[in-house]
Unconditional design. Structure first.
Length: 175
């Protein structure tokens, strides 16, 4: 599969990641949300044109999901899937490990709507301090934060931590 990530091209033709843009605290959240949805739309359109049938991993911040808690609110990603004709079974919703102070029950209710539509769910950039999310949200997939992986090369304790996360995840049915 592919992870859908934003890139932009400068006037000089240099292509760069939109990661710093999405991490910039000076950029209003609603602007990030609009741009993120546009990236998804372009990726879904391209995948549809190519008749792509592999997995597409898309990042969604938990804070963007909470306003969607009402069951009569159409989830934009699901609407995009319908409009482009892509199968929800090919989509993995990655819940990013951003600071989230909201109610996990509300987050879970929105995630359940994605699951009910056929999408799989992953926790992205997982670190050891969010085991409660892992237990409560029961994602299909856990993607360990690359910084933790890099530390595991330097210190065996981090390697053991990753092994523990992996073992625990597998025990409760998470890849």
């Amino acid at each position: 599969g592919y992870e859908v990530l934003g890139r932009f091209e400068s006037e000089s033709g240099y292509v760069s990641s939109m990661g710093p843009y999405f991490a910039d605290t000076e950029v209003p959240g609603y602007e990030k949300l609009i741009r993120s949805r546009k990236v998804r739309e372009l990726a879904f359109l391209r995948a549809s044109e190519m008749e792509y049938r592999g997995k597409l991993f898309i990042n969604i911040k938990p804070s963007w999901l909470v306003p969607m808690q009402r069951s009569d609110t159409d989830l934009p990603t699901l609407r995009l899937l319908r409009e482009t004709g892509l199968s929800s079974e090919n989509v993995v919703i990655e819940i990013t490990e951003d600071e989230f102070e909201g109610d996990l029950l509300i987050l879970d209710s929105v995630i359940r709507r994605y699951r009910d539509a056929g999408c799989r769910v992953a926790i992205d950039d997982f670190t050891f301090h969010n085991f409660d999310r892992l237990i409560h949200l029961r994602p299909d997939i856990v993607k360990i934060d690359i910084r933790l992986v890099k530390k595991s090369v330097e210190k065996k304790e981090y390697h053991k931590l990753i092994t523990s996360i992996s073992d625990f995840s597998q025990e409760i049915g998470i890849s």
